[in-house]
Design a protein around this ligand. Sequence first.
Ligand code: DC
Length: 222
Amino acid sequence: MSYNIAIDGPAGAGKSTIARRAAAALSFIYVDTGAMYRAMGLYFLNHGIDPADTAAIEAAVQDVDVSIRYENGEQQVYLNGENVTGQIRREEVGDMASRTSVNGKVREKLVQLQQQLAARENVVMDGRDIGTCVLPDATVKIYLTASVEERARRRYLELKEKGQEESLEKIQEDIRDRDHRDMTREISPLRQAEDAVLVDASHMTIEEVTAAVLEAFEERRK
Ligand code: DC
């Protein structure tokens, strides 16, 4: 039996940073499930598929092979054999992923891949539906959130560092839209699992949040 840590929460709450750190501390594998939805999204984008065209999405899902490999401990995402890890971080890819992840066939394919990984390995897996749907029996479930204002502030600074100027208002609006879509979709919406530990990172440092996750894991694994 492997140990599984599930971390869910809205976009920009710091899930990947925390999951990566917790995985390193425990020598577990970090599985970024958002990257899988992004790889699918990239395929739809590259093939000019309209996210609202359910039939086209479902037909395309059969032609998409998403797989994960680890190189120097870092997750690499492959789309039909091509390493797309660098390409999937684009804003338009994230948007496409959010729009097409509402589709049941898209989810079915990726959830299967995620469950196979978690059955084999000790993992810290982050996403939107890990505790509620993918790993209902995870050793510990964390719901990591932060206020819209704080998430927007962090995103603003991140973009600024990359030399991209974007108004704080526009970033807040995008975050609210993404939250709304992720939380209100019909299949596996983002929500806190009943047995998840709630961590509000609005006023916490990365070290504090990582420590809280590790502590919750130690508590539950007993
Ligand atoms: O975490 P992220 O921004 O890389 O995820 C991109 C989109 O993928 C997100 O808006 C919703 C979707 N997603 C999902 O539906 N379920 C997951 N487990 C992970 C991501």
